[in-house]
Design a binder for this molecule. Structure first.
Ligand SMILES: Nc1nc2c(ncn2[C@@H]2O[C@H](COP(=O)(O)OP(=O)(O)OP(=O)(O)O)[C@@H](O)[C@H]2O)c(=O)[nH]1
Ligand SMILES: [Mg+2]
Length: 216
């Protein structure tokens, strides 16, 4: 009985997510659901991507956090449209939350929408939002075992960004262990090593995004 309830919730969420997707498609907006543990670098990556694609791609952002508008304020400084969702304790965004704010983003004026999910490697993986791609960030200080410990998140990823590689001289992190674990559960996901501090790998990430947008 309990399982059925969970299925019903996820089924209803999928329906709303599909409507979100249709609205985005109708406005020619490509959306990326950006997920990671707290502090892995989601906002840092969004800020760098806005700079990297300036003049090429018009970006909008939905920020999801349990509380505060810190991330939305940082994004607003870059001059792009941004909406903050506070989940008031909820550990993930869901399709209804996105449906409620899509009307507040000028969809006709943007090409790419980043949805920064709540920092959490568990629940966000289960809830479709209507985004076209799922990008998962993992970072060196979290350890190379994260794909094995949180398999669903890495299973659903279209791309995995390994952030904070500037810290590799100071941390024990085996990139092969990390990559092999992902490849064992997800053949399609590309793995891109990046540093939001030095900018390493950001060009490859920007190029991945542009390719996905063209190929949709
Ligand atoms: N050394 C290093 N620090 C980084 C890098 N990327 C982000 N950081 C730092 O990591 C911290 C968290 O970065 P955020 O971008 O706020 O992470 P987040 O995933 O958006 O965090 P939440 O929204 O709280 O879940 C900040 O102090 C960043 O400056 C990186 O590539 N290298
Ligand atoms: Mg953030």
């Amino acid at each position: 009985m309990e399982i059925k309830v969970v299925k019903d919730i996820l089924g209803a969420n999928e329906e709303v997510a599909e409507k979100n997707r249709q609205l985005l498609d109708g406005n020619n907006v490509f959306a990326v659901n950006l997920m990671s543990s707290p502090g892995a670098g989601k906002t840092s990556l969004i800020l760098l991507t806005i700079k990297a694609l300036k003049g090429k791609v018009k970006i909008g952002v939905i920020e999801g956090d349990v509380s505060s508008s810190v991330d939305a304020e940082a994004v607003a400084k870059e001059g792009v449209p941004v909406i903050q969702i506070n989940t008031d304790g909820g550990c993930h965004l869901d399709a209804n939350m996105i449906a409620n704010v899509l009307g507040k983003i000028p969809l006709q004026d943007i090409d790419l929408l980043f949805i920064e999910n709540v920092g959490n490697l568990i629940c966000p993986a289960e809830f479709a939002l209507g985004a076209h791609k799922k990008a998962v960030i993992s970072s060196l200080p979290e350890g190379d075992d994260k794909p094995l410990k949180y398999p669903l998140m890495f299973h659903v990823a279209d791309v995995v960004l390994l952030n904070k590689i500037d810290l590799s001289p100071y941390l024990k992190f085996d990139s092969d262990v990390f990559s092999q674990a992902i490849k064992g559960m997800n053949k399609k996901a590309e793995i891109l090593p990046i540093s939001c501090t030095t900018g390493q790998g950001i060009e490859q990430w920007a190029s991945w995004l542009l390719t996905q947008m063209k190929g949709r």
